[in-house]
Ligand binder design. Sequence first.
Ligand code: NAP
Ligand code: G4F
Length: 340
Amino acid sequence: MKINKTALITGTTGQDGSYLSELLLEKGYKVYGLIRRSSVNTTERITHLINKSNFELIEGDITDSACIYELISGIKPNEVYNLAAMSHVGTSFKQPVVSCTVNAIGPLNILEAIRQTSPKTKFYQASTSELFGNTDVVSQSEITPMKPNSPYAISKLYAHQLVNLYRNAYNVFACAGILFNHESPRRGENFVTKKITKYVAMLLNWMDLNDGFPTKGVDVPPLFLGNIGTKRDWSHAKDMVYGMWLMLQYNKPDDYVLGSGKTHSVENFLDIAFAGSAGLDYKDYVVIDKKFYRPMDINLLCADSSKAKRVLGWKPTIHFTDMIDCMVQDDYEKLIKCRD
Ligand code: NAP
Ligand code: G4F
């Protein structure tokens, strides 16, 4: 059944924005995607959507209150999904002001524009499991105390609290999805999962073209990584964007944790990607480089998504190892295409 609704997605050129755009277009939405001005092309993840009649890209930046005000008052969309962010935790230590401006002031601009000009618009905010910091709670839920420990997480906490404020003080239908890590072939290049799967694909490609196994430092450069002892709860981005949509379809606004409920170390991820996909031992290729350590990190994240399951009927469908396989496979296919 087709739904005649309009949605504005910020961060539409990003991993989640591209999958959410696909999902909403499939559901019959008119989708407006916010895209910021860049000197290079940033539409790689949404090239296949650009000529669709219900998809329109609008140039703008969430830190520009005038631009956001004009946009929301003009379109008055049924739903706004704020996915735009400076989303790299490590980078936020080096660019704290930009992180704060985009991740905290950006959503404030959107919520104010909604409150002043389009109060019936429903709002989704991309909150994060980083909000929990290093907690003693083994499985983190909506009621777990938040102890953010990076500029990224602190800026996201401001936005998370805004959602609560605008919901309670102004009756805005605002939801925050406290999402745990999620990955896909469209994951940004400098996140740990993508660094690993891209490297494994490069090894597979080398083995196709040569006899035997590549030697680190001779045939291939090492894979430089930081702290591989930390643990994350990883899901596939496609499952997560479906959960975002469900939150705005429910009859009452609320916050929800989304995650798989299973935790793995970066080292586990390495093992599966190297041994499972290529029959190789990651220890032969990885070099630990302090450059990739953060001033503070989170040791362990693991989601308790029982509320989302109970209220929204949400559950992840793509298994951790299948997600790794499909990321390696996709990176490998891209390399094969480059051979011709
Ligand atoms: P991503 O791939 O890094 O995408 C971020 C998007 O934000 C890009 O489209 C980027 O545009 C855009 N953007 C950045 N600054 C902007 C600005 N000032 N104005 C307008 N757009 C701007 O992130 P993602 O992985 O899809 O994550 C989506 C959201 O979920 C983010 O808010 C992230 O913090 C949050 N989150 C992600 C995860 C995860 O594991 N992926 C987990 C929890 C929460 P360009 O293409 O021009 O850079
Ligand atoms: O892949 P990461 O950079 O993801 P991180 O920091 O968990 O953040 C992601 O998930 C959050 C949700 O929990 C989102 F809010 C956020 O926007 C982002 O999508 O790092 C994962 C772990 C960290 O402990 C990091 O220190 O991997 C460790 N790591 C080890 N070597 C590395 C590297 N991380 C990166 N990016 N690069 C490395 O070389």
